[in-house]
Design a protein around this ligand. Structure first.
Ligand code: HEM
Length: 106
């Protein structure tokens, strides 16, 4: 959760946020914003290639939050995912079948 409580009245780009108001960054919406991502629904790992990574603005991609309260388990989670993927690819041969959908999620 990225909820925060505003501790003093603040103005961000003309929008007044009163003291005590609860605000949150909607991460899913941020990561599916067409103004920020080309073809946001497409599974496209190349967005994060060394070449493309530099085009991503700060806070545009923040699955683990941001700032002093960023997810404390971020590195553990990423390491676990890498181990799971490595084990999967080492122990199984993945092949396409008739029902396999490639590309978009439609
Ligand atoms: C894919 C896995 C995970 C995702 C996507 C994720 C995402 C997040 C996000 C978005 C936040 C809020 C950050 C913010 O408020 O700015 C958070 C906080 C937190 N996460 Fe995770 N998390 C993951 C795995 C884990 C794991 C494995 C642990 C512990 C072993 C963990 C422990 C925590 C804790 C303790 C906080 C609160 C940190 C604080 O308030 O200072 N998370 N996580």
């Amino acid at each position: 959760r990225t909820d925060r409580i505003c501790v003093r009245e603040t103005e961000v780009k003309g929008l007044k946020i009163p003291e005590g108001m609860q605000i949150a960054v909607p991460i899913y919406i941020l990561h599916h914003n067409e103004k920020l991502w080309q073809d946001p629904e497409k599974f496209d790992p190349e967005r994060f290639s060394a070449e493309n990574k530099a085009k991503i603005k700060p806070c545009q991609f923040m699955p683990f939050g941001f700032g002093p309260r960023i997810c404390i388990g971020k590195r553990l989670a990423i390491t676990e995912m890498k181990i799971a993927l490595a084990k999967l690819l080492r122990e199984f041969i993945l092949v396409k079948c008739d029902k396999t959908k490639v590309g978009t999620r439609e």
